[in-house]
Design a protein. Structure first.
Lengths: 155, 95
């Protein structure tokens, strides 16, 4: 299943203005909550988790990413919310938490059992490994452009 | 037949990045004809599970005082240095 099965226009924020990683997670979490994908405990759980188990991913180019998420008990249905950030926001590196990563694009993941959304996770990894696609997502001016760009890669 | 090597793949929640790593690792090792048994776990579970495994691959910091080799890597998520990491893993499994 393509990523666009999980990512909806309603859960995409383009040009988000945020100061902190907590701000990014809170605003994206609201979108997942409004879409009925997560419980009202999700945002707090994701914020708490990010502090001890950060999710910043340096991608070796101009655009770094973060993939915040939390335990399955806060989730109703698999899904994802995405934000492009107007200016870089500091997250900590997943594998090296003392290191800061300046993030330009964030995917907040609502996850169920490990294998329930393996395609979604693999597709997100695929996006992270595609600098041209990341560039296209950053430049998108509407959620439908994002979904179109993502749809092309999984076709 | 050699007994399959046992790899423990850890991440924060045992559901997100370890799923991607486990799947990618399985495919890469299969291509090389290496049979493995892979189990996913939370980083916090590594100390209690490490003894039953030959190698630990993790996307997040884990305990390393259990005498088993640990490879910490984001390569299966970001693609950066992936081939090098796969070679390292193959070497560790041969050891």
């Amino acid at each position: 299943m393509p990523l666009s099965t999980y990512l909806k226009e309603e859960t995409i924020i383009l040009g988000l203005e945020a100061e902190t990683s907590a701000d990014v997670i809170t605003q994206l979490g609201k979108k997942l909550e409004e879409a009925g994908l997560v419980k009202d405990s999700f945002v707090q759980a994701a914020l708490t988790r990010e502090k001890t188990l950060p999710t910043g991913l340096p991608l070796g180019g101009e655009i770094n990413a973060a993939i915040p998420h939390t335990d399955i008990e806060h989730v109703l249905k698999s899904g994802v919310a995405m934000a492009t950030l107007v200016k870089p926001v500091t997250f900590q590196n997943m594998v090296l938490p003392t290191e800061a990563v300046e993030v330009r694009i964030a995917f907040l993941l609502a996850l169920e059992e490990p294998h329930a959304q393996i395609e979604m996770l693999q597709e997100i990894a695929g996006v992270l490994q595609d600098p041209d696609l990341l560039e296209t997502l950053m430049k998108s001016s509407s959620p439908s452009e994002v979904l179109e760009a993502l749809g092309k890669t999984s076709a | 037949m050699l007994k399959p090597k046992r790899i423990l793949v850890a991440c924060g929640t045992a559901i997100a990045t370890s799923t991607v790593v486990a799947k990618a690792l399985e495919e890469e090792l299969e291509k090389r004809g290496i049979q493995v048994f892979i189990r996913q776990c939370k980083a916090s579970e590594v100390p209690s599970l490490a003894q039953d495994f030959d190698l630990i691959v993790t996307t997040t910091p884990v305990a390393t005082d259990h005498g088993k080799p640990v490879i910490q890597t984001l390569a299966f998520l970001t693609g950066i240095g992936k081939q090098t990491v796969v070679e390292q893993i193959v070497e560790k499994l041969k050891a």
